[in-house]
Design a protein around this ligand. Structure first.
Ligand code: HEC
Length: 380
């Protein structure tokens, strides 16, 4: 007996009120490493034991708040700084829209940190056995008794004095509990590990069979086969075996109006200009001309390219040929290009092209002003 290590002393009571007043006295005596065991939670026992609130809540609070802050910083950075997007006219940093994500991240960080902290610091893992396991004391407090245990690691513990203190509380019995000579449930024992592996294998195989084989025993395919065309895959429905179809001949994409003289070098017919050279229209034309045409044609259409010989210089737009072009012809040249000059259809929209045409007309008229034009200026 004597070479065994003492775990602590216990006292059993058969009445909840008795355990509450006993707990109060033990707490008053200044013990810290002790506990009360009962078959069900006893109302007011934590107060009688002078227990402080668990520190776990602090972990939850800190990580919950960090979750909220991190989520907000991430959303602020991505939505307002790195890749700002206007969604439904809302400001970049729109708090109401960010609340759901903030809430989720807060909850996730708080719960995960709580669970991790419990496993890492509060459960005392990997210890898997306890001196009270398999004792009469534990069996009784699990059924219809109420017990107090004072552990030997308590600084105030003294085998005889502490036992006497418990006896003075008038319990039914007291007992000295010793540490077991060997661990009750060693978790690294091969048999135990084999059990875990066995359970894992059985559960995996069972899940696999259930989800992939057993569910198909019933005459129902869980909607895996559906009468629909999957993009990029074949279909027996059509003679050529393809699932995806070419658009019907003559189909035009929404919002796109095809140019009728595409690919023609010298069209017999051209479009007519739908725009008056209003101030706005000329300003738009000037802006687009200076951006897209002036690098080669020069700011005033003289053919004085800024490209310093990197591209053949175009002819002046003020030649007779240039001035005799119809509006539709200039539009045609911008749209399909001419010889070395490429098409500018992808850079300038249809409306911008007509605005450029009007602007070129203004340039041409300015460079070849007649007396009538000059009078017009004077009159203004
Ligand atoms: C990369 C240089 C370059 C750019 C930019 C450019 N052009 Fe040209 N452009 C040329 C060249 C070179 C020619 C002469 C092509 C040829 O040999 O027929 C030309 C020819 C023309 C002609 C016919 C002139 C003629 O007398 O045959 C017109 C009109 C014209 N461009 C308008 C424009 C307009 C409008 C823009 C802006 C949307 C533009 N170009 C942008 C290089 C350019």
């Amino acid at each position: 007996m004597t070479d065994k290590k003492i775990f602590g002393v216990t006292a059993l009571f058969n009445e909840p009120n008795a355990i509450i007043s006993a707990a109060r006295k033990v707490a008053d005596a200044g013990f810290t490493k002790w506990d009360v065991n009962s078959p069900y939670p006893i109302h007011g026992i934590d107060k009688a034991m002078k227990m402080k609130p668990s520190k776990l809540g602090i972990v939850t609070l800190i990580f919950g708040l960090s979750g909220a802050v991190l989520a907000l910083i991430l959303m602020y950075w991505t939505m307002s700084v790195d890749y700002p997007m206007i969604i439904g006219g809302k400001p970049y940093f729109s708090l109401p829209a960010f609340i759901p994500v903030t809430f989720e991240v807060t909850v996730i960080m708080a719960t995960l940190s709580t669970v991790v902290a419990m496993f890492a610091f509060f459960f005392g893992l990997p210890r898997n056995s306890h001196a009270l396991h398999d004792t009469d004391y534990m069996k009784k407090v699990s059924r219809d008794h109420y017990g107090i245990v004072i552990e030997a690691i308590d600084p105030k513990f003294d085998e005889m004095a502490t036992l006497q203190l418990l006896k003075d509380l008038k319990p039914i019995t007291t007992e000295i509990i010793y540490h077991p000579e060997k661990e009750n449930y060693p978790i690294f024992e091969p048999r135990f590990i084999a059990l875990l592996v066995g359970v894992a294998v059985v559960v995996s195989i069972g899940t696999y069979l259930m989800l992939n084989k057993l569910v198909y025993i019933v005459p129902f395919d869980w909607m895996e086969k559906q009468a629909k065309v999957i993009p990029q895959s074949g279909s027996e429905f059509f003679a050529d075996g393809r699932g995806m179809r070419l658009p019907v001949k003559g189909t035009v994409a929404k919002g796109f109006i095809p140019y009728p003289f595409e690919g023609e070098t010298n069209p017999k017919e051209v479009l007519s200009n739908p725009y008056f050279p209003t101030k706005e229209n000329l300003e738009l034309g000037q802006r687009k001309y200076l951006t897209y045409c002036s690098p080669c044609h020069g700011n005033y259409g003289d053919g004085d390219s800024r490209l310093a010989g990197q591209f053949p210089n175009p002819p002046t737009l003020h030649s007779d040929r240039g001035r005799n072009f119809s509006d539709g012809m200039i539009y045609h040249i911008i749209t399909v290009g001419q010889n070395v000059m490429p098409s500018y259809a992808s850079q300038v929209t249809r409306d911008e092209r007509w605005a450029i045409v009007n602007y070129i007309r203004a340039l041409q008229r300015a460079k070849n002003a007649t007396d009538a034009d000059l009078k017009l200026v004077k009159a203004e």
